[in-house]
Design a protein around this ligand. Structure first.
Ligand code: SAM
Length: 327
């Protein structure tokens, strides 16, 4: 465990890294239809630069790393980065968050490179609705990605569903059934109103309402998961091999247990997803700063972690969209 903790005595041991701001989908709740302004390639951290940051962070006590984006699998040679990070002493949980579209073709190489597990974002099991929510994707590709990831052993594969009232809440029971029929590990996440002009902005469906729906399948029991036990509360339906998790970023924030830092694709360290504050590591990296200086900047980011976000009080995320910050 890390020796690092922030000014609210929260231990910090988890770094989420956005490896690209580019995405092959345009999910309605994440970006506007036209996409968002893209970073120039020269502004994006190289794999060597990411490696340097993780090595210093690991020396400080970070032991969990997750690669995200944008869509991490659209960045060329991601398995090379995984291999580099997997070799860093002290990193004992290396994972990936993906929309799964390209996962079938990369899963085996990622596993071989040293990736431990994946989370796959999937909000519907209906092909037409998938196209509507993602504005351009094919459900079959993500389902195939999930299947191959499980087969090559990137387990536990967790399926993350953002639940939106009037959009996909009618599929809660179908997803919950997958934990019984197919052993899926499904996490239901409250939709966060984070982008301006969001076409689904008013459609929060609370975890309280989700639980009521799913209880129609049977009484579920609290469950302790061994791997990646983050902000979700886990349960199991009778006879299920898989688990159900609930994540309540809006109705019951879990900031008091936040153990994360985020590194944006252009090398800014963000102490909180939902605050604008950023500390520039890229400048330091490119001006040849020694590890001691990077260490100081990481500690500064940790010391400036805000106590909590205020989404439930109606405050919006400020600054950059999720796709740039690494949701
Ligand atoms: N492209 C990858 C993916 O789809 O998993 C990684 C990046 S994506 C921004 C990371 C996660 O953020 C996804 O699970 C997505 O559903 C979630 N997300 C994006 N916007 C959200 C919102 N408004 N509310 C809740 N979750 C959101």
């Amino acid at each position: 465990m890390t020796g690092l903790s922030d000014s609210f005595q929260r231990p910090i041991n988890y770094l989420r890294i956005s490896v690209t701001d580019r995405c092959n989908l345009r999910c309605v709740y994440c970006m506007p239809e036209e996409g968002v302004g893209l970073m120039s390639h020269k502004d994006i951290l190289t794999y060597e630069e990411i490696y340097t940051v993780v090595k210093v962070a690991a020396g400080l006590g970070i032991n969990k790393v997750r690669l995200t984006g944008g869509e991490p699998l659209v960045r060329l040679g991601l398995a090379d980065l995984v291999k580099m990070l997997a070799g860093i002493a002290g990193i004992d949980d290396l994972s990936l968050t993906t929309n799964g579209i390209l996962l079938a073709q990369h899963a085996a190489a990622l596993k071989k490179a040293g990736l431990h597990r994946v989370n796959v974002s999937l909000d519907t099991l209906k092909p037409e609705r998938f196209q509507k929510i993602t504005r351009c994707g094919e459900l079959q590709d993500t389902l195939k990605g999930i299947e191959v990831a499980r087969a090559v052993g990137l387990n536990p594969v967790k399926i993350n569903m953002v639940v939106m009232a009037g959009v996909n809440d009618d599929e809660l029971v179908d997803f919950a059934r997958k934990t019984v029929d197919d052993g899926w590990h499904v996490r239901f996440i409250e939709y966060m109103p984070v982008i301006a002009d969001d076409p689904v902005a008013t459609r929060l469906f609370s975890v309280k309402e989700m639980r009521k729906r799913i209880e129609s399948l049977g009484k579920f029991e609290p469950w302790k998961v061994d791997v990646g036990n983050g902000p979700a509360k886990y349960f199991r339906l009778p006879g299920a091999k898989g688990t159900i998790g609930f994540i309540t970023p809006v109705t019951e924030h879990f900031c008091y247990q936040c153990n994360r830092l985020r590194l944006t694709a252009d090398g800014k360290l963000r102490p909180c997803l939902l605050s604008e504050q950023e500390i520039d590591l890229r400048g330091a990296l490119r001006s040849g700063a020694p590890p001691q200086e990077l260490k100081r900047l990481i500690e500064k980011a940790i010391a400036s972690k805000p106590e909590r976000h205020y989404l439930s009080e109606g405050k919006k995320q400020k600054g950059r969209p999720f796709s740039q910050v690494g949701g």
